[in-house]
Ligand binder design. Structure first.
Ligand code: MG
Length: 381
């Protein structure tokens, strides 16, 4: 970092977070150099990103259908590449797990956007980060808010209040919820996100995953993390300290803000592309306690988080299968929670799991949930 330019690798560069990270990088061209890009299957966008950024190394889960002189490496090799300073983990599902470990073990700064990494393997990830004195910087807006509130504070916070918009269906009745369509669920009131996260926000599964993530990132017991419904998505989270004083972080609901904070940390840089809050347009900021009973996915996530072991990995896997099925119109919105619950109930959790045991639990849960969904689509319940 001698020349002041941070050398970046983006895993998941064609996803929503990956693209917004590149938007930030474009806006601050003297600050960053993209060394590596890794994607799943979006060849077309990868090819465009590659021709523009000319990364030294790249990866795609599908065989590249274009010619490029850069070196084709695995995601783990990219994450631990000697030239890389900071790795953005913006992959989906469990794909980010082993690259994150590779990055932490080689002392990289990890800007973590993939929730599953800490949810599935929080103990292993945080232990490795401590062992190698590597930093994990949160990218999720709530965790970024907490992190920003903690700047300059010596002691540990007493309580965390994660804010949640409540998604599009917070005021819906039980019967309204069961009739929700894919199109309705994909229409989030405040945030623009990828499809999976948008559905998870509508079921509040996303908030449950965020509580587990906050537990690991900030080493706070589950009972000291609360959720507040805040429909405007302006206050991104609140921290309470020992003396009862609270700090909150505010900003427009735009993911580029927390992404830029993680990329530029500890600096704050002016970026004309970022939106600013206009107080003349904000009539009120509302907060209310969350209704834990109305959204079963939230309850399931918190329970899995508290129980620990391989339950959180099973939660993530079953949810991924269930959301995919919902998006394919083969199960209903309320079936998502049912599928996750059934899978969790059948799971034999392993305490203090190794990475292999976590991946085995993930594989088991996927298979189990796939079978469940097949039964449901063929009408056998
Ligand atoms: Mg969030």
């Amino acid at each position: 970092m001698g020349d002041g330019i941070k050398k970046i690798a983006i895993l998941g560069s064609t996803g929503s977070i990956g693209q917004q990270a590149l938007d930030v990088i474009h806006a601050l061209p003297d600050r960053f150099q993209v060394i590596g890009l890794a994607v799943g299957k979006n060849q077309e966008l990868l090819e465009r990103q590659i021709s523009e950024l000319q990364p030294k190394v790249f990866y795609s889960s599908a065989e590249p259908d274009f010619a490029y002189g850069g070196e084709f490496l695995s995601m783990e090799e990219i994450a631990s590449h000697p030239e890389v300073d900071l790795v953005i983990i913006a992959t989906s599902g469990k794909a980010g797990l082993s690259p994150t470990l590779a990055a932490l073990r080689t002392g990289k700064v990890v800007a973590l956007a993939s929730k599953e990494v800490l949810v599935m393997a929080g103990e292993i990830i945080t232990t490795e980060a401590t062992l190698h004195q590597s930093q994990i910087l949160p990218v999720d807006s709530e965790h970024s808010a907490i992190w920003q509130c903690l700047q300059g504070e010596g002691g540990k916070p007493q309580r965390l209040f994660l804010t949640a918009s409540g998604g599009p269906f917070y005021r819906y009745s039980q019967s309204q919820l069961s009739g929700v369509t894919v199109e309705q669920a994909l229409h989030h009131p405040t945030w623009k996100m990828g499809r999976k996260v948008t559905i998870d926000s509508a079921t509040l599964m996303n908030k449950g995953l965020e509580v587990i993530e906050a537990h690991w990132l900030f080493d706070i017991p589950f009972e000291n993390i609360e959720i507040l419904i805040h429909p405007q998505s302006i206050v991104h989270s609140i921290v309470e300290f020992a003396d009862g004083s609270m700090k909150a972080q505010l900003g427009s609901p735009d993911m580029r803000l927390p992404i830029q904070y993680a990329l530029c940390y500890p600096e704050r840089l002016s970026n004309p592309g970022l939106p600013r809050l206009d107080w003349s347009k904000i009539q009120s900021l509302n907060f209310e306690p969350v209704d834990y009973n109305k959204f079963p996915c939230l309850k399931l996530a918190l329970e899995a988080g508290r129980l620990g072991g391989t339950y959180p990995a099973v939660l993530c896997a079953a949810d991924e299968v269930a959301v995919e099925r919902f998006l394919n119109h083969s199960i209903s919105f309320t079936d998502i929670a049912r599928m996750v619950q059934k899978t969790l109930e059948q799971h034999q959790s392993v305490a203090q799991p190794s990475l292999e045991e976590i991946l085995a639990a993930d594989a088991w849960a996927r298979e189990y949930a796939e079978r469940l969904s097949l039964c449901q689509t063929s009408g056998i319940r």
